[in-house]
Design a protein around this ligand. Structure first.
Ligand SMILES: Nc1ncnc2c1ncn2[C@@H]1O[C@H](COP(=O)(O)OP(=O)(O)OP(=O)(O)O)[C@@H](O)[C@H]1O
Ligand SMILES: [Mg+2]
Length: 324
């Protein structure tokens, strides 16, 4: 990378996550689904307990910071224990947080995550209290100082706030990375109207099918390229298809690891990709790092602990690249 270090402003909800892990959370046990093991009135002892912070925008900010980029987190938070935990975690990673609007009216989300023995999870989520629909209390002016903006999980703001962010980015020549979550996906038609302003788009297959036609990831990627410069469609352990309009890559799994907790897989992939692409790495190099980052994240409990640092040694992975 030559010249100045790029800055990415990450916008969206924050949570504190408490992970509860126990052999009882076995999806195959007596053919039952997990929550039938939580009978009313029972007190259940849990073997393992772990605290972590989450919220897509906070997770991706940590990838950027660990990759040596300037990352700033912008949102509304309170003085509740969850908000304080999020701020502490981001500060410890060197993510800028001084433009977070902290006020006692707000509260971070809080999720209780029951981890099944196969790494899948059930989440009991309290969304917390954050910005109102117009996002007026989020310090969006920070976007003007950025090279890239990464909005995701905008809660009540939804597609309307996303539109506001994207318009501002366009006005100030700031590029947009979009890996939508939560309320942005609630209005697919409106979301589609925003795609023309997006540089890099990362979706899972179901999300892509909400926006464009296509039965295979490759078809979906080709259709998304009518709107964005780089399109990536992921399909869980089945891997990803990605294209920058010149070549198209189909990549499998980076490593067949034991999945301990799949929370944050999508965030690690999308942010892992951008962290390399921004530095001028090739499509292939960026996909390999994204895959390594998400594989490492699913091997750890919580969305942040597995995020890779700089100078990590990568190995080859199943991947084919061809001209588009
Ligand atoms: N079981 C797994 N083993 C290894 N890697 C995985 C696994 N699940 C996901 N990944 C990696 O994470 C990437 C993104 O996963 P996925 O397609 O499930 O995204 P997502 O549905 O957006 O996830 P999220 O629910 O976190 O938003 C995959 O392309 C893959 O590289
Ligand atoms: Mg996702």
């Amino acid at each position: 990378m030559s010249g100045k270090i790029p800055k990415i402003v990450c916008i969206g909800k924050a949570t504190q996550d408490v992970f509860l892990k126990d052999d009882e959370f076995d999806p195959h046990k007596e053919g039952k689904v997990m929550y039938t093991h939580l009978p009313l009135g029972a007190k259940m002892d849990i073997d393992d307990l772990e605290f972590a912070t989450g919220g897509n925008a906070t997770n991706v900010a940590v990838t950027f910071a660990r990759q040596g980029l300037h990352a700033e987190y912008v949102w509304t938070l309170g003085y509740d224990p969850a908000s304080e935990a999020v701020l502490r975690a981001l500060d410890a990673e060197g993510v800028l947080t001084h433009n977070v609007h902290q006020d006692k009216r707000y509260q971070a989300g809080y999720s209780t995550i029951l981890i099944a023995t196969n790494g899948e999870r059930t989440i009991l989520n309290n969304a917390g209290k954050a910005t109102n629909a117009d996002g007026d209390n989020v310090k969006l002016d920070v976007i003007k100082t950025a090279d890239w903006v990464y909005p995701t999980a905008l809660m009540k703001g939804g597609v309307e706030l996303l539109r506001k962010i994207v318009d501002m980015a366009e006005e100030y020549n700031v590029k947009v990375m979009l890996n939508p979550a939560g309320t942005e996906l609630a209005k697919p038609n409106k979301l589609k109207g925003i795609l023309d302003s997006v540089e890099v788009l990362c979706l899972n297959k179901e999300e892509a099918q909400m926006l464009v036609e296509g039965s295979t990831s490759e078809e979906l990627v080709r259709h998304l390229l009518h709107y964005v410069s780089v399109a990536i469609v992921s399909d869980g352990p089945r891997g990803v298809v990605a294209s920058d309009g010149e070549t198209i890559i189909r990549a499998g799994m980076y490593e067949d690891v034991k999945v301990n907790d799949r929370t944050g897989a999508g965030d690690a992939f999308a942010s892992g990709f951008l962290s390399q692409w921004i530095q001028g790495k090739t499509l292939k190099e960026s996909i390999v790092f994204a895959s390594a980052n998400s594989t490492s994240v699913v091997a750890h409990i919580g969305a942040k602990p597995g995020i890779l640092g700089k100078h990590v040694k990568l190995h080859d992975m199943p991947l084919q690249e061809k001209q588009l």
